[in-house]
Design a protein around this ligand. Structure first.
Ligand code: GTP
Length: 598
């Protein structure tokens, strides 16, 4: 394949600005997918993505495009997620490309992740093609948005296509811009093989399927290859591209984005960011790879059925192949038994991982309340990193505790600036600056403890701004705080999995709120159960769960046996996601109760 005819690009945008819809239209226009096979958001292949209407995973497809210059071009399109928690997926896709199509909603204008993604594309030296989407909307104002892109980002929008991804209007202009502005790959086809791994997935028949961008040299069936960082060697059994169905080829030439399988059963050998080279002519240096992402939020994941511990371990191992930012290690909890401490990039990521483990690996899990990583300085001069509140040392040994802070950028219409400021202040935020984006909108900058962001910041922001704000954050470092561990006691027993770290000024309120909430969430038992919140062994809040089990049949006076059965079944369902801790059954919701207590 002549490299000058290859174009590798990603589509980047703020969430919901229309990336996946544009990808659909491009697949149609290039007749990659026949109309009868077309579904909406065709590249969102996970069920979860379709149900939630969001992209979680990157996806790479090959398309053929006959351009107006009469030449046929080979496009590799990588669709990427827009949510802040999945930035890692975006940065990996971008490293496999030379260009990025930046989609901006003509009614909404630039949002927080528009900027964040543009910075990522610039970091990767990509050519950025601005595209203004949704011009069919009555509220669309493409001229204003073009100005915004020019003023705020500094991209020339004179030739920016104004499109409707929904109707397909002017989408052909996007394809022409790609041909014209995205540079062709420039790797040396004669050099030793260097292919960058940007994703992988486990297939139970064929082992690990590895997704690569061939930067130099070429790769073909029968080649012996080596993973440079892992050191493992394999023989390529199959390779090809996706369109989006799998297409088998004999080789992947220089500049191509594709996949290969080599009967790899040991998932530890494949690392996203590693370089694949040939055993007979190895490259001397690997490609630069990716910046490692460190998880921001941790929680414990436990199987509700203790016998499924090994299944959970296998599932995490396989899921990690497809989700390189997921981290985990074994942990035990007095309350919940054997499980794993898992690290995530954010709460949505945590939610998605739990749901994927349950659906794709058929597990039922209990997740404990999320926690950030605290730096605990001890009186003996040492420092501990604590990602599980239950492991906090005794207070006598602690000199000070530092917590992670983020720089939060919030874009918000003028009318909501007041409520957003109030919210940030309530979350212990420190005001930094504010500037105008245009006469209707502002960009606010705050420094906020990450621990407070984890506690329902997103939901609060959405509700105080009626969904009109967008938000992005990045970690900026650690600062000391007046923090304490709060234990929750059920029936006089500390439940380690319910312990949280709270700020001293909030301890009393949160203690009260959580005990009241737990009272509603934990089902009544045959006996009365006291719920207490305690700091340093001192009880600061208390309620009781009254005895007597709720009799769901009480209202069924008649003898309708099927109805009774149904109700009992329903009650059983509700119980599934519970964990018996001593004599008390704790439902999943109780572990998340700490997240929305105000
Ligand atoms: P994520 O994958 O979650 O990051 O979102 P996305 O950017 O891929 O957005 P998606 O393509 O899923 O579109 C979001 C919504 O906008 C959907 O309801 C689309 O139907 C709608 N939409 C996309 N393009 C247009 C357009 O040109 N006009 C109108 N009116 N709606 C559009």
């Amino acid at each position: 394949m002549d490299q000058s005819k290859i174009r590798n690009f990603s589509i980047i945008a703020h969430i919901d600005h229309g990336k996946s819809t544009l990808a659909d239209r491009i697949l149609e226009l290039t007749q990659t997918v026949q109309l009868r096979d077309m579904t909406n958001q065709i590249l969102d292949s996970l069920d979860l993505e379709r149900e939630r209407g969001i992209t979680i995973k990157l996806n790479a497809v090959q398309l053929k495009y006959k351009a107006k210059d009469g030449e046929e071009y080979l496009f590799h399109l990588i669709d990427t997620p827009g949510h802040v928690d999945f930035t890692y997926e975006v940065s990996r896709s971008l490293a496999a490309c030379e260009g990025a199509v930046l989609v901006v909603d003509a009614a909404q204008g630039i949002e927080a992740q528009t900027l964040a993604n543009v910075y990522l594309a610039l970091d990767n030296n990509l050519e950025i093609i601005p595209v203004i989407n949704k011009i069919d909307l009555p509220s669309a104002d493409p001229e204003r948005v073009k100005h915004e892109v020019e003023n705020v980002i500094g991209l020339d929008c004179t030739d920016a296509p104004l499109i409707s991804a929904k109707s397909g209007l002017n989408v052909d202009q996007v394809l022409e811009s790609i041909v014209k502005h995205v540079p062709a790959p420039k790797g040396n086809p004669e050099a030793p093989l260097k292919a960058l791994i940007f994703d992988s997935i486990y297939d139970s028949y064929r082992g690990v399927i590895v997704f690569v961008r061939v930067q130099e040299g070429m790769l073909k069936v029968g080649d012996k290859i080596r993973f440079m960082a892992a050191g493992a060697e394999y023989e390529i059994l199959e390779c090809g591209v996706r369109n989006p169905k799998e297409v088998k080829l004999q080789e992947l030439s220089c500049g191509v984005v594709g996949w290969f399988a080599a009967s790899i059963k040991s998932v530890q050998d494949v690392h996203v960011g590693d370089t694949v080279t040939s055993c007979s002519h190895p490259a001397s240096e690997p490609l630069p790879g990716y910046r490692k992402m460190n998880p921001m939020v941790y929680c414990g994941l436990y199987p509700t059925d203790a016998a499924k511990y090994n299944d959970l371990r296998d599932a995490l191992e396989k899921l990690k192949l497809n989700d390189a930012s997921l981290q985990y290690e074994a942990e035990t909890s007095q309350a919940l038994g054997f499980g794993f401490r898992c690290g995530f990039l954010g709460l949505l990521h945590m939610d998605v991982v739990q749901e994927r483990l349950e659906r794709e690996y058929n597990l039922t899990l209990i997740a404990t309340a999320p926690s950030v990583i605290y730096h605990v300085y001890l009186t003996d001069g040492s420092m501990l990193t604590i990602d599980n509140p239950a492991h906090m040392p005794e207070v006598q040994r602690i000199e000070r505790i530092e917590e992670p802070y983020v720089k939060a950028e919030i874009m918000v219409p003028n009318d909501y600036v007041g409520p957003v400021m109030e919210l940030c202040q309530n979350k212990r935020g420190v005001y930094k600056e504010m500037h105008y984006i245009d006469d209707g909108r502002n960009q606010l900058e705050y420094e906020i403890p990450l621990g407070e962001i984890v506690f329902d910041f997103f939901d609060r922001l959405k509700s105080v701004t009626k969904g009109y704000a967008s938000f992005d954050y990045e970690l900026i470092g650690y600062q000391p705080g007046k923090l304490q561990k709060m234990d929750i006691l059920l029936n006089g027993e500390i439940i380690d999995a319910l312990s949280i770290i709270v700020h001293k000024d909030f301890a009393y309120n949160r203690g009260n709120a959580i005990t009241v909430k737990l009272k509603d969430l934990i089902p009544k038992q045959q006996f009365e159960i006291p719920i207490q919140a305690a700091v340093n062994g001192k009880v600061i809040a208390r309620t009781n769960i009254k005895s007597l089990r709720k009799n769901v049949l009480a209202k069924c006076y008649g003898g309708d046996i099927t109805r009774k059965k149904k109700l009992l079944e329903k009650q059983k369902e509700g119980k599934k996601r519970m964990k018996a801790v001593g004599s008390v059954e704790i439902p999943q919701e109780a572990f998340m109760a700490v997240l929305s207590m105000d």
